[in-house]
Design a protein around this ligand. Structure first.
Ligand SMILES: Nc1ncnc2c1ncn2[C@@H]1O[C@H](COP(=O)(O)OP(=O)(O)O)[C@@H](O)[C@H]1O
Ligand SMILES: O=c1ccn([C@@H]2O[C@H](COP(=O)(O)OP(=O)(O)O)[C@@H](O)[C@H]2O)c(=O)[nH]1
Ligand SMILES: [Mg+2]
Length: 229
């Protein structure tokens, strides 16, 4: 059936097909949709070690979201042996922030590949530039004929003390090059200087739901369930 449709579309004049797809995509842009579906995005933000990854795993077990961790996508890019791998590795080990175009390209690809209409994106945007670029550039779809812009519904902010985050990171034990005291201190500084302004921006728009992330993990998850329901 689908093959038949594609074959029939090939017989139509290309400008007509193009016009039809562009019109459909424009409708989607107006309604924040992807491929005819409304796309719901929640950003999960908080300092390193605040429990974002732990709780996102809980969320996808109970809710119909796809979890995308920007940090995991970057680590996968390093492990894939990509040409940017060495540069990304150096930046992560120094606790700095990877250039927006790299992270956003990985997120866009994962969103399109995921084919879902609900995503929780963890650990992104990490600075104002990340946020502005993500909200202004777009998802290329519909055979790359048109680009679709997406923005978050709201932000879950994991509020946690620095001492607790540092303690957790030192005990994380996942063999990460950035879980050492020197990089942890740098990451906490980058969080305060670059990432908190993103949370303040969304707060000024009334889009932040704050979670007390210092509590034990099961209690944090109960609070999240309450907010997501
Ligand atoms: N609420 C919590 N209380 C105590 N330890 C936690 C809690 N949430 C997560 N952890 C542990 O802290 C470490 C960091 O958690 P993680 O989910 O990787 O945080 P993030 O993704 O924000 O850096 C992990 O070892 C995790 O098991
Ligand atoms: O949007 C992002 C997300 C992550 N990172 C880099 O990847 C590291 C690890 O990020 P992750 O979210 O995995 O760390 P977490 O906060 O979960 O400990 C960060 O310190 C940054 O160096 C980045 O540059 N941009
Ligand atoms: Mg994480």
């Amino acid at each position: 059936m689908r093959g038949g449709l594609v074959a029939s579309a090939r017989l139509l004049p290309r400008p007509l097909v193009r016009w039809f797809l562009q019109r459909r995509a424009q409708q989607d842009i107006n309604e924040n949709m992807l491929g005819g579906k409304k796309v719901k995005i929640i950003f999960v933000l908080g300092g390193p070690g605040s429990g974002k990854g732990t709780q996102c795993s809980n969320i996808v077990e109970h809710f119909d979201f796809i979890h995308l961790s920007a940090g995991e996508l970057l680590r996968a890019e390093i492990n894939s042996g990509s040409e940017n791998g060495t540069m990304i590795d150096t930046i992560i080990t120094e606790g700095k922030i990877v250039p927006s175009e790299i992270t956003i390209k990985l997120l866009q690809e994962a969103i399109i590949k995921g084919g879902n209409d609900k995503y929780i994106i963890d650990g992104f945007p990490r600075n104002e530039e990340n946020r502005v670029v993500f909200e202004s550039v777009t998802l290329v779809t519909y055979f790359q004929l048109l680009e679709i812009s997406i923005s978050p519904e709201f932000v879950l902010f994991f509020d946690c003390s620095e001492e607790e985050m540092e303690r957790r990171l030192l005990g994380r034990n996942q063999g990460r090059s950035d879980d050492n005291i020197e990089t942890i201190r740098k990451r906490l500084k980058v969080f305060v200087e670059s990432s908190l302004p993103v949370i303040e921006y969304y707060e000024s728009k009334g889009m932040v739901k704050k979670i007390d992330a210092t509590k034990p993990a099961p209690e944090v998850f109960e609070d999240i369930i309450f907010l997501l329901k």
